[in-house]
Design a binder for this molecule. Structure first.
Ligand code: IPD
Ligand code: CA
Ligand code: CA
Length: 260
């Protein structure tokens, strides 16, 4: 435990550097990755480089799975693996300069050990350590209440969910108390973790988008699975839902009725 606490202190010192780092990096031209709405900037690359170099300097035999350097051909060793999304919500970063976060999750032998969702503009850190609790800054978070979908705000990536699963999207929209989209997996998910949203669904995220949820969902008794109800792993892109149990059951009823 002392060893992991020391890892935790180290990662928190790195996260503290991020606001300053963002100011010093020239954003450069905004580039497209897989499509016109999939953006990347020099800030994304600069933060990933900074975190990767610092982590590997301290732990030379550990591995990094970072969004901007991800190699689909490579097999990532799960023994000591750090999964990084340097800026989650790049669209928000480019268009509004807020509502973005940095995500880090650490795994040992495939087990989640440490998780971080750092909401940069608010300087809020959601974090968790295995065998301990989930915290927002210094405050431990309570297990979110189980509320039915009809009583809950839920969130999703509106464009992609509506485009790819229109019937499910409509069903959730009509059955829920309300639907929102912060526009970053990490921050939409953090609201489920903090009990503000009943659930968050993603149509297709990479391991870096959902890695922190394994530990946080486990410690808070939330459901975190793919849309077929299967356990996720870190080896591929996937759809997913993180939700309280009642919202998950109501989601399941809708998706079963639709035969998904
Ligand atoms: C994206 C955001 C978005 C989610 C996508 C992610 P990025 O991450 O989290 O909300 O719907 O699945 O890829 O590209 O801004 O790091
Ligand atoms: Ca992301
Ligand atoms: Ca990103």
């Amino acid at each position: 435990m002392e060893r992991i606490k020391e890892y935790d202190r180290f990662i928190k010192t790195l996260l503290k550097e991020i606001p300053k780092l963002i100011e010093t990096i020239d954003m450069g031209p905004v580039e497209n990755k897989t499509g016109i709405r999939d953006l990347v900037t020099e800030v994304d690359r600069g933060i990933e480089k900074f975190l990767t170099e610092k982590i590997l300097e301290k732990f030379p035999d550990h591995q990094i799975l970072g969004e901007e350097t991800y190699d689909p051909e490579k097999t990532y060793d799960l023994k000591n693996l750090w999964v990084i999304d340097p800026i989650d919500g790049t669209t928000n970063f480019v268009k509004q300069r807020n509502d973005f976060c940095t995500l880090i999750a650490y795994f040992e032998d495939g087990q989640p050990i440490l998780s971080y969702i750092y909401e940069v503009d608010k300087d809020d850190l959601y974090w968790a350590m295995a065998g301990d609790r989930v915290y927002l800054n210094d405050q431990p978070l309570e297990k979110p209440k189980d509320l039915a979908l009809s009583q809950s705000i839920i969130s999703t990536d509106i464009r992609r969910m509506n485009g790819n699963r229109p019937e499910l999207f409509q069903g959730l929209l009509m059955e829920s108390f309300g639907m929102r989209s912060v526009g970053t997996s990490g921050l939409d998910g953090s609201r489920v973790i903090a009990g503000r949203f009943g659930g968050y669904l993603n149509y297709r995220g990479g391991p870096w988008d959902f890695a922190p949820f394994f530990l946080m969902a486990d410690l808070l008794d939330l459901v975190f699975v793919n849309l077929k109800g299967e356990k996720l792993d870190l080896s591929d892109y996937s759809d997913y839902i993180i939700a309280n149990k009642k919202v998950y059951d109501d989601f399941k009823k809708i998706s079963d009725q639709l035969g998904l």
